[in-house]
Design a protein around this ligand. Structure first.
Ligand code: SF4
Length: 223
């Protein structure tokens, strides 16, 4: 196995660019021998030159690093009954604070949230909220959990994981609504952090979903 020349720093909280929305340092990537940066979050394994964005649109190479351009920015918040996620035996009768960002690593033609999953204007992200802000808002609203939903949290893994940690510290549980199209450290870190529930939808198993040339039957497989 060849040695990776550089790896995304797991502790790096830098903000790229002169404006915060240009991005937060992403964690799951490495520099390839050909000079491109490969995102390791999902099986698409986008290999990027400077300025390029991945298929999901929200992970972008900036110089010698990879940025998550939606960190701290949400497409909106909503207080839902937990049964709407849909979860039946997880904290029944309680409220969950739901939020999502923009972009997606899938390309389903039947997507119900295509306005945000295929958003190409970051103006679709109306609310600015860091992990601690979300945890505080959930507690203030009387929610028992926070849901990462509307678009797949896989693509905003760093934001979701940091928020999940803040929620755990605040005594909240976490709910990930995901197709599970994720791999490697992003998958293992997300799984270890969640302390809650996961709703694994499998759109790639249906007609009309573009999930890449990968096995649609085993989304949790380590690659
Ligand atoms: S998360 Fe986005 S940038 Fe990363 S491999 Fe998947 S589609 Fe590409």
């Amino acid at each position: 196995m060849s040695q990776r020349p550089a790896v995304g720093d797991l502790t790096d909280g830098r903000t790229y660019g002169s404006e915060a929305h240009q991005g937060h340092a992403a964690r799951y990537w490495h520099l390839q021998d050909d000079g491109r940066i490969r995102c390791d979050v999902c099986p698409r394994e986008c290999a990027l030159t400077d300025g390029q964005r991945g298929f999901c649109f929200v992970r972008r190479r900036i110089g010698d690093g990879l940025a998550l351009t939606t960190y701290g920015r949400s497409s909106g918040f909503c207080l839902d009954p937990i049964e709407k996620k849909p979860l039946n035996h997880f904290l029944p009768g309680t409220s969950v604070l739901s939020f999502g960002t923009a972009g997606c690593n899938l390309g389903c033609r039947f997507c119900q949230n295509h306005e945000i999953s295929k958003a190409r204007q970051m103006d679709a992200l109306m609310d600015t909220a860091g992990p601690d802000d979300i945890a505080r808002a959930a507690v203030a609203a009387g929610a028992r959990s926070v849901a990462y939903t509307y678009n797949d949290p896989v693509i905003f893994a760093e934001y979701a994981i940091d928020t999940a940690l803040a929620c755990r510290e605040a005594g909240l549980r976490n709910v990930a609504v995901t197709a599970g199209y994720v791999q490697g450290q992003a998958a293992s870190h997300g799984g270890r952090t969640a302390h809650g529930a996961g709703d694994a939808d499998l759109p790639r198993a249906r007609d009309g979903c573009v999930g890449g040339d990968h096995d649609a039957r085993d989304p949790w497989r380590e690659r």
